[in-house]
Design a protein around this ligand. Structure first.
Ligand code: SF4
Length: 245
């Protein structure tokens, strides 16, 4: 069931009866011409160090249990990470940092995340992105973000019975949360809208708590803007919000 237009994305997302069906439908999406062309170009050309590997080259679904209490909302897959391996944050430096922290927090069975069949299991946690295709320069256009939104909205709706807290990795994910909260939970953002910041927390009745965290990009982790200790602290707070601490 291919999705080739924004209307088909909305219809197919709404019709997904569960996360496995949603994951399958996401992977068959072709609704953003610029991103489809980019993900396929990257997959065809490949980075030299991955020359011998078959790239996924498609949208990247969420990863983690269907009854997760903690959600981690990212921006979009990396060109040579998720777009290569087919699993979100897998096979790149950002994922190395994130999954090591999840392992330290007891939310993953291993720190290693190199391929979709590496044995990684998440506990209580599901990771998903606001935009499901790798964008050039990691910058989706507003129209692409809006076209992709029904996928994340449906994912949140399916997680609703268990989800207690969402960690927004970076300002893009933070901004994507508010339309999702309105669509899924009927929650209107406070005015003025809470600003993104590392450690920022918003608790609104009827919706999961929202926690801000600097993105685990190399730009942040290599410069020390985001340290392992800072990530551990956010995950600890998420576990508290989720009743897991
Ligand atoms: S970004 Fe989202 S809506 Fe656009 S093609 Fe990829 S999965 Fe489909």
């Amino acid at each position: 069931m291919l999705s080739r237009t924004p209307a088909e994305v909305a219809a197919h997302a709404a019709a997904a009866p569960g996360l496995p069906a949603l994951d399958a439908a996401v992977a068959d999406c072709f609704a953003c011409p610029r991103l489809v062309a980019w993900r396929e170009k990257v997959a065809a050309e490949r980075r030299a160090s991955f020359r011998d590997q078959e790239y996924w080259g498609r949208p990247v679904p969420g990863f983690g249990p269907a009854d997760a209490e903690i959600g981690i909302l990212g921006l979009a897959p990396a060109a040579h990470g998720g777009n290569r391996t087919g699993r979100v944050f897998t096979g790149d430096r950002s994922g190395d940092v994130l999954f090591a922290a999840l392992h330290r927090a007891g939310l993953a069975n291993q720190a290693l995340s190199v391929s979709a069949d590496d044995g990684l299991t998440l506990y209580h946690t599901r990771i998903f992105a606001a935009v499901r295709c790798a964008p050039p320069d990691n910058k989706p256009l507003p129209a692409e973000r809006d076209t992709c939104a029904p996928w994340v909205h449906r994912e949140l709706a399916l997680l609703r019975p268990s989800l207690r807290v969402v960690i927004a990795l970076g300002g893009f994910a933070w901004a994507a949360w508010w339309p999702a909260a309105a669509a899924v939970y009927g929650v209107r953002p406070p005015v003025p809208r809470p600003r993104f910041g590392h450690g920022a927390q918003v608790s609104l009745p009827g919706a999961p708590d929202l926690l801000g965290c600097y993105h685990v990009s190399q730009q942040n982790t290599f410069t020390g803007r985001l340290t392992p200790a800072m990530l551990d602290e956010v995950l600890g707070r998420a576990k508290e919000s989720a009743g897991l601490a």
